[in-house]
Design a protein. Structure first.
Length: 178
């Protein structure tokens, strides 16, 4: 059998990982009731507990290419932990970004981009930018970069003046509607 481009091999409807260095290589498999083993040039290169139901993929992290392994380590908890090094506003911003997407995974790249933007500024600035982003509902890396670039975290947000109460004979008041 041949290793697929995703470094997995299909056996009895289930997909098992082998080292990514074997992509498109020919390998052999040995199946028992409880184990699936893979061999390349007579050497065992991978072994998995055999699956008979449930999850269709069995992936050993060491089999992944380095880039895939780094992506597999991404999680909402990881981004929140990284943001926690900067402060509570940054954690809240990361949570808002993840919550603004239908699936948290869709916000991972944005979270990564935002945390990368915050590598340069000091913690206080990152916190101020995060607070401003939360205030205006900014949840994209571009809008947060704009806050940084234009120093909007250093500008007080405009407050709306309170409308004066109208006192006039034609004003009905709240009792009119009950």
């Amino acid at each position: 059998m041949r290793v697929g481009p995703d470094y997995h091999v299909e056996v009895a409807g289930f997909h098992y990982s082998v080292p990514a260095t074997l992509i498109r290589q020919q390998i052999d498999a040995r199946l028992t009731a409880t184990t699936v083993e893979f061999f390349h040039c007579g050497q065992r290169v991978a072994a998995h507990a055999r699956r008979h139901g449930g999850e269709r993929h069995s992936t050993v992290p060491e089999h992944m290419p380095a880039a895939h392994r780094r992506y597999a380590e991404w999680s909402p908890e990881r981004f929140e932990r990284d943001a926690g090094d900067l402060g509570p506003n940054t954690v809240a911003l990361i949570r808002a970004i993840l919550a603004s997407r239908p699936h948290p995974e869709q916000g991972f790249r944005t979270c990564r981009g935002v945390l990368k933007l915050f590598r340069g500024p000091n913690r206080a600035r990152a916190e101020a930018v995060s607070a401003r982003a939360l205030e205006i509902g900014a949840t994209t890396a571009d809008s947060i970069a704009s806050i940084l670039r234009n120093n909007l975290d250093r500008v007080r947000s405009p407050t709306r003046p309170e409308a004066p109460t109208l006192d006039h004979a034609n004003i009905r008041g709240s009792r009119y509607f009950h």
